[in-house]
Design a protein around this ligand. Structure first.
Ligand SMILES: *Cc1c(COP(=O)(O)O)cnc(C)c1O
Length: 383
């Protein structure tokens, strides 16, 4: 059910919107022409076009967070000695803005992303940003660039404005210690569905040689370094005709952890829905958490526990495992058709219709696009 538009603006929304006032606006003097933006929004692709502005907050050791602003999107000026360029002290987030049928714009569980951003910050010895600043930056940017949020033409149209908050160590200093100067930005990129095939099942490459994360490392943090380390494996995957990489645990090379940028789920014939238990080598996905909640209501029995490569192989052969799917903000829920390794292809003998993945996917999208009631307060209005 859609919230009627005459319910807005309510007091809570106005009070929240006031936050955005703390962000000083420097408007772009070369905003994209309406007809150019409209043609971009017709077929935005993923991550190639950017809106006219970016939100910004600066941090220094002496002043803390300050200089909140929204300024024209454009190249950054960094000293060549900036710490991020040498030691990779950087973290990021990924979250979307969805346009509802009444034209309003909403985002999904942003306090979870804000909390995770602080966890990532602690691990990378970066300063922590409050919920108010994190969500305030999204609101301030959207107040300016809301026309960049595409309007879905129908229920199968998964367009959105992808928001990319990130934080970099910008102090010019080649010594090795946490930076005393840090910049936080949010940029926005209109997006169509992440995988071109939509809900087409994908093949996954099992990385046996490269690890993504080790105990005590940065696996649970959303940092650029994890992605840099995964690219060699990603290249191998593409050579094998696979679109993503699955990683095993670094200690025993036995337990399934996750993909390079998505969490994994296994559907069993008796209704169990298994996902690897969170450790410091697995990134805590907001989609993963939402799927666990929605699955319980759907009559499934979620289990967070270790699952081994052997269990995947045997379950796939016996028919105990009927579906495997990956999930994350960018691609929502994507069925996995097979796991390709150096010496075998693990395909499911049973199932094939991916009914559970499709059902959960629809539930999630209906919520995000305002097509069903948000009983848990998971949506935050941005515009
Ligand atoms: C971002 C990410 C995910 C998915 O997290 P969501 O919050 O669901 O988007 C999963 N794994 C890794 C490694 C990630 O970086």
């Amino acid at each position: 059910m859609l919230v009627p538009s005459d319910a807005f603006p309510d007091d809570a929304f106005l009070a929240d919107a006031f936050l955005a006032d703390a962000f000083q606006l420097v408007p772009s003097n070369q905003p994209t022409a309406d007809h150019v933006r409209d043609s971009i929004l017709q077929a935005p692709g993923f991550g190639t076009h950017f809106s006219d502005h970016m939100a910004y907050i600066r941090w220094t050791l002496r002043r803390g967070w300050h200089a909140h602003g929204v300024r024209p999107y454009g190249p950054l000026t960094l000293d060549p000695a900036a710490a991020v360029l040498h030691y990779g002290q950087e973290i990021f987030e990924g979250i979307k803005a969805y346009r509802h049928a009444d034209g309003s714009v909403w985002t999904f569980r942003p306090e979870k992303n804000a909390e995770r951003f602080r966890k990532s910050a602690r691990r990378l010895a970066l300063p922590e940003l409050s919920d108010d600043d994190f969500i305030g930056a999204l609101k301030a940017l959207l107040a300016q660039d809301h026309a960049w949020v595409p309007t879905p033409v129908d229920e199968s149209d998964e367009c959105s404005l992808y928001l990319r908050p990130f934080m970099i160590a910008s102090e010019a200093f080649l010594g090795v210690r946490p930076s005393h100067e840090v910049d936080f930005y949010v940029i926005a990129s209109p997006a169509a569905a992440y995988f071109k095939g939509g809900v087409e099942p994908v093949s996954i490459w099992l990385s046996r040689h490269y690890q993504r994360a080790a105990p005590g490392g940065t696996g649970f943090a959303k940092c650029g370094g994890n992605y840099a380390a995964s690219l060699a494996a990603q290249k191998q995957a593409e050579e094998q005709g696979c679109s993503q990489v699955a990683f095993l645990d670094a200690a025993e090379h036995r337990w399934i952890e996750e993909l390079g940028g998505m969490n994994l789920f296994f559907v069993f014939s008796d209704g169990r829905l298994v996902t690897p238990r969170l450790t410091d080598t697995i990134l805590e996905g907001v989609t993963r958490d939402s799927v666990l909640t929605l699955a319980r209501e759907d009559g499934l029995t979620p289990q967070e526990r270790p699952i081994s490569l052997d269990e995947w192989r045997e379950g796939a052969a016996s028919g105990d495992i009927t579906e495997v799917f990956a999930c994350g903000t960018a691609a929502v829920i994507t069925p996995v058709s097979e796991l390709v390794t150096e010496d075998e292809r693990i395909r499911l003998s049973a199932g094939g219709d991916n009914a559970v993945a499709k059902r959960l996917r629809k539930k999630l999208l209906d919520l995000q696009y305002g097509r069903c009631e948000d009983t848990r307060g998971w949506l935050t209005r941005l515009v």
